[in-house]
Design a protein around this ligand. Structure first.
Ligand SMILES: Nc1ncnc2c1ncn2[C@@H]1O[C@H](COP(=O)(O)OP(=O)(O)O)[C@@H](O)[C@H]1O
Ligand SMILES: [Mg+2]
Length: 209
């Protein structure tokens, strides 16, 4: 019996660009087409990785950039092994809110960890998304959305405007350097307009397969 593998889609971008909102809408849209969908997120997405998420986001301590980056990859190794690979093997489509591009943008571009080192760890993850949608929004709009959302800010959200500008530029460079995998989407419009762009990107990428 031939088993059809699922697809692996990641949503990326800085704080407040709409990743969580668009992940939920995309999952609904695919499910309504009869596709079995698993929605997950990073850091986290499996029990062990969620423990590491708490450590990374709580701000209980400060990390050396290399240590912080390795903790993200430790969480990712758990998440890939326990959640992502089994779902894809079972034919499900995985929608993941952040993945390795976030480590490159935040720890590499944002915090100055070595990009080549991060790149070698990305190679060791052993799985590459079939499609990455990078949501791009000017920082002032994203910051306004975060204020409206009103949740307590985590460690990364509390960092300064210069950090968030470096992260945004990092994501844009990642998208431009990986044109076969990534779609850079203008996410400054209304939620429904961005959703239409996201669904179009997904259907375009997977139409022929
Ligand atoms: N296109 C949009 N226009 C206006 N507000 C939005 C848009 N997308 C998301 N939001 C709102 O902005 C806030 C941040 O969105 P969220 O999806 O949590 O972003 P992220 O997960 O990327 O941090 C939420 O309150 C959400 O409802
Ligand atoms: Mg989110």
């Amino acid at each position: 019996m031939q088993v059809t593998l699922g697809r692996f889609i990641t949503l990326e971008g800085g704080e407040g660009v709409g990743k969580t909102t668009q992940s939920a809408l995309l999952a609904e849209a695919l499910a309504s087409r009869g596709i079995a969908v698993v929605r997950t997120r990073e850091p986290g997405g499996s029990p062990g990785a969620e423990l590491l998420r708490d450590i990374l986001l709580s701000g209980a301590t400060d990390w050396a950039p290399a240590a912080e980056m390795l903790l993200h990859f430790a969480a990712r190794a758990e998440h890939v092994a326990k959640t992502i690979r089994p779902a894809i093997a079972a034919g499900q489509w995985v929608i993941c809110d952040r993945f390795f591009d976030s480590t490159l943008a935040y720890q590499g571009y944002g915090q100055g960890a070595d990009n080549a080192f991060i790149g070698s760890l990305i190679g060791m993850v052993g799985i590459v998304p079939d499609l990455t949608i990078v949501l791009d929004v000017p920082e002032d709009i994203a910051a306004g959305r975060m204020r409206l959302r009103g949740l307590a800010a985590d460690r990364y959200e509390r960092l300064d405007a210069a950090f968030h500008a470096r992260v945004r530029q990092g994501f844009r460079e990642i998208a431009m350097a990986n044109p076969c995998r990534c779609v850079l989407a203008d996410a400054s419009g209304a939620i429904q307009a961005v959703h239409t762009a996201v669904v179009t990107a997904v259907l375009t990428r997977f139409a022929a397969s």
